[in-house]
Design a binder for this molecule. Structure first.
Ligand SMILES: Cc1ncc(COP(=O)(O)O)c(C=O)c1O
Length: 394
């Protein structure tokens, strides 16, 4: 009998590089392999399992699944309404459109921006996003994703999309014009290596949005849902977006995404303009209700801030001790990037041997996205193993 790893290679299209590790179950901040080995999980499913492997979510979704799993968008559904209400009552949004994934949330936002633009001028359909951004892989969202490596084999993508240099105000000014209908922005570029936007840049985006009448879409798919210590990362800045796109942990581990819209644009999309068979899935929304209640009705977000500061301080101490390996520590809350240059793959390999699962992005960055519920003891466990790796790595 071939191992599950070999069968995966045989039967599944070769689009992912898998870890040679077969996980049997997850519990809190840990996962366990089929031999019973326990690993500290710093992936959290790339920010999907924001509450860790949480039994409460499981109970919530089982409860809903035992009533009904799907009805179709011809029916109103209690968990769907409840989750939308939680977003409207706790954020800038006045309405919610549910999707199944991050890329679909951005596709919905592309359509809303284009319809908004075309209401004033047929040529007002141009979209802007940053170089080094990541907004998804369907052809609309991929056009926004400002990285050649993801786009080059699939050209042409949707027309009318240009890119500006992140945090470069002059370049932004040069790219915006009266035909711009929407600008997409990550507050912290996640796939791009944990790079944070400057306040000055946001101020300029807001100024230009008023001058040229385009919509500001903040992509919180990775940075949102408490990851940075606020419900949304943009809340640290003094502005209100027109649209926020979310996904990943919104469904508590079941596929779900959403486009949150401000009152100003809540009537742009009309019946027939957009839709999805599966979204919003009632079971995903039941998971989402549980997650949102934790984020808005407990102290979890504040704890993320203090745990994040603690971890970043300790990592900066390690940077001073091992300057030949750690070049920079970046990020906010529990969304942290450690630039380790050429050592990235060795560090990941030794980490796995030491029962620590580390993710990387953008070639040189170890990306930490632990469960938001990670305890200080677990953070210390991570730091002990990480320092051991820094001593070992050649
Ligand atoms: C900022 C950002 N936007 C969009 C996406 C795409 O989300 P999905 O993979 O659910 O389509 C991602 C995925 O990593 C992301 O990090």
């Amino acid at each position: 009998m071939k191992s599950l790893y070999e069968q995966d290679k045989k039967y599944i299209l070769n689009t992912y590089n898998r870890l040679d590790l077969i996980i049997e179950k997850g519990e809190g901040s840990y996962v366990f392999d089929i031999d019973g080995n326990k690993y500290l999980d710093m992936y959290s499913g790339i920010s999907v399992n924001n509450l860790g492997h949480d039994k409460g979510i499981v109970e919530a979704i089982i409860k809903q699944a035992s009533k009904y799993m799907h009805l179709s968008n011809y029916f109103v559904s209690e968990p769907v309404v409840n989750l939308a209400k939680l977003f409207v009552e706790n954020t800038f949004a006045s309405k919610v459109f549910f999707t199944n994934s991050g890329t679909e949330s951005n596709e919905a936002a592309i359509k809303l921006c284009r319809k908004y633009g075309k209401q004033s001028n047929e040529n007002k359909y141009e979209l802007l996003s940053a170089y080094n951004s990541f907004h998804g892989r369907t052809t609309g969202a991929l056009a926004l994703t400002g990285q050649e490596k993801y786009q080059k084999n699939f050209m042409p993508l949707i027309p009318g999309v240009s890119h500006f240099k992140y945090n470069d105000i002059e370049d932004l000014r040069a790219k915006v014009n009266e035909n711009t209908c929407g600008l997409f922005l990550e507050i912290i570029q996640g796939e791009g290596g944990i790079v944070e936007i400057s306040k000055e840049f946001i101020d300029e985006v807001v100024k230009l949005s008023k001058k040229y009448d385009f919509l500001i879409v903040i992509d919180e798919i990775q940075a949102g849902m408490g990851r940075t210590g606020d419900l949304f990362a943009y809340e640290q800045y003094d502005f209100t977006p027109h649209i926020v796109t979310i996904s990943k942990s919104v469904g508590g581990g079941i596929p779900l995404g959403a486009m949150l819209v401000s009152e100003y644009v809540e009537n742009i999309l009309q019946p027939g303009d957009h839709g999805s068979t599966f979204a919003a899935n009632p079971v995903s929304c039941a998971g989402g209700e549980y997650v949102m209640n934790k984020l808005v009705n407990t102290d979890l977000c504040n704890e993320v801030k203090s745990k994040g500061n603690y971890l970043i301080n300790k990592l900066n101490n390690l940077k001073e001790k091992y300057p030949h390996i750690i070049k920079e520590v970046r990020g906010r809350g529990l969304m942290i990037g450690i630039d380790v240059g050429q050592y990235v793959n060795d560090i990941k390999k030794i980490a796995q041997e030491n029962r620590l699962l580390l993710n990387s992005t953008n070639n040189t960055i170890i990306r930490l996205l632990p469960s938001l519920c990670i305890t200080t003891d677990e953070i210390n466990e991570f730091l002990t193993i990480f320092e051991k790796i820094l001593k070992e790595v050649k």
